[in-house]
Design a protein. Structure first.
Length: 162
């Protein structure tokens, strides 16, 4: 039953990210809710479900919004899958697993997007983008994943570890 209840929640992530988060951004930086969801599903439900959800959310983002075709699909699917690999190789998926996994995956995903968008940019602009946007967004994604991890661990009936 909990799985069925989570489907509408997951389907609302893309519209919420596009409509509400731009007005709630901190210094122009907003979390990537779809990336956070793919990471957490991978941590909680395993690599296959994380990869499938990441693929689906990325596909919806690529399908409805302008950008490099298939880039969201591939990065979100990879993050969901690799989060499941992380969860399989750690003893417990505690809050710090969620935070640090999200931090690493957000930096990796942001780097991929920055390198793809880099065509014709000066390297100074690229380095400024890394320090001014990429790392703060990764920290914000990590903090969102902490809150979501706490909520989902309570909702699913798992006491948070650590």
């Amino acid at each position: 039953m909990k799985r069925l209840a989570s489907i509408p929640f997951m389907l609302l992530l893309v519209p919420v990210q596009v409509t509400l988060l731009p007005s709630l951004s901190l210094f122009g930086i907003r979390p990537d809710l779809c990336l956070v969801a793919a990471c957490l599903v991978g941590l909680f439900a395993g690599r296959v479900r994380g990869g499938v959800l990441g693929f689906f959310l990325g596909f919806v983002q690529d399908f409805f919004f302008a950008g490099t075709l298939w880039l969201n699909t591939l990065t979100k699917a990879a993050v969901g899958y690799l989060s499941g690999v992380v969860a399989k190789n750690v003893s417990t998926t505690a809050w710090y697993s969620a935070f640090f996994s999200m931090l690493v995956f957000s930096v990796a995903s942001g780097t991929v997007f920055l390198l793809v968008a880099r065509q014709g940019m000066d390297m100074g602009v690229v380095f400024h983008g890394i320090s001014a946007v990429l790392f703060p967004q990764a920290v914000l994604d990590g903090l969102v994943s902490l809150v979501a991890h706490w909520i989902f661990s309570r909702w699913m009936g798992h006491a948070p570890s650590g």
